[in-house]
Design a protein around this ligand. Structure first.
Ligand SMILES: NC(=O)c1ccc[n+]([C@@H]2O[C@H](COP(=O)([O-])OP(=O)(O)OC[C@H]3O[C@@H](n4cnc5c(N)ncnc54)[C@H](OP(=O)(O)O)[C@@H]3O)[C@@H](O)[C@H]2O)c1
Length: 257
């Protein structure tokens, strides 16, 4: 997909935060964006209005990706509208921290289902229903490090990284599959921004990465016709800064749990 002009792009969890920025970035390049949301209906509809001021052909779609029927219907439903889908951005996620000793079965299932099973099944459906195109998975710089208290969230993102690499091989040259791995971009919902400051000690560049940079990396990968199986780390070098048995006590940072 050299040019994004008129490409139809499904972005999951696009109503707010990083997903919203990705949607705006694709729309500015001429893509027609499908804004997926679950609970953020008002925000998704407001974004749709904003996107339609940029260009035309955008739409929204609601689906709870933890609901098997809704998840299964998402991509065939969009294809059934008579227009092909050219790109999938798997952005929706839930970030929860938990010491390994406190992980219970509910947490394992839920963290894996939203952070690995759902994006993997959407990748599979995209490969099944679409003749060609590209997929961008939003990972986390933790896929390159060890962060015990990110626990099942981190393990699920690592599984998604592995699935991305396997799919890149199996589905080439028809479908390219890549990933963007952000570092510190936004504090978890409900956590104040000043909690980020101490964490920047773990970032060689000493600053947060922006949602706009994450979005630009997605757009780059969507257009990079010979790149597949690649991860772009948008993290100020954080994943290179050694094992993340963190110097900083991140307990406060998990207040949104
Ligand atoms: N924030 C960071 O600094 C950071 C750092 C590293 C990696 N990342 C990755 O970047 C991506 C975006 O991060 P973010 O902080 O913007 O994400 P977020 O706000 O935590 O979540 C994004 C969206 O996921 C959707 N979602 C959650 N559960 C869902 C479900 N059951 N069904 C459907 N959608 C569901 C939500 O949609 P609704 O609101 O519509 O319910 C939510 O708005 C994620 O993949 C995250 O892992 C972020």
């Amino acid at each position: 997909m050299k040019a994004l002009e008129n490409a139809r792009v499904l972005i999951t969890g696009a109503g707010v935060r990083i997903g919203r920025e990705i949607a705006l970035c694709f729309a500015r390049r001429g893509a027609r964006v499908v804004v997926h949301y679950n609970r953020s209906e008002a925000e998704a509809e407001a974004l749709l209005t904003e996107l339609n001021d940029v260009s035309s052909g955008h739409q929204s779609v609601q689906a709870d990706l933890l609901n098997r029927e809704e998840r299964r219907a998402l991509i065939p439903g969009l294809i059934g509208q008579g227009q092909p889908l050219n790109c999938l951005v798997n952005n929706a996620s839930v970030y929860r921290r938990c010491p390994l000793a406190q992980v219970d079965l509910e947490r394992i299932w839920t963290d894996y289902e939203i952070n690995f099973v759902a994006p993997f099944l959407l990748m599979r459906d995209f490969a099944y229903y679409c003749d060609e195109g590209c997929i961008v998975n939003i990972l986390d710089q933790r896929v390159a490090t060890v962060d015990p208290s990110a626990s099942t969230y981190g393990f699920a993102k690592k599984s998604l990284r592995d699935a991305m690499e396997a799919a890149a091989v199996e589905w080439a040259p028809r479908i390219r599959v890549n990933a963007v791995a952000p570092g510190i971009v936004l504090p978890p919902p409900g956590v104040s921004a000043d909690r980020i400051e101490p964490l920047l000690r773990n970032v060689p560049m000493g600053q947060v990465s922006t949602a706009a940079e994450v979005a630009e990396a997605c757009v780059f990968l969507a257009q990079a016709e010979t790149i597949t199986g690649q991860i772009i780390y948008v993290d100020g070098g954080m994943h290179l800064a050694g094992p993340s048995v963190r110097e900083v006590d991140e307990a406060d940072y998990s207040a949104a749990d």
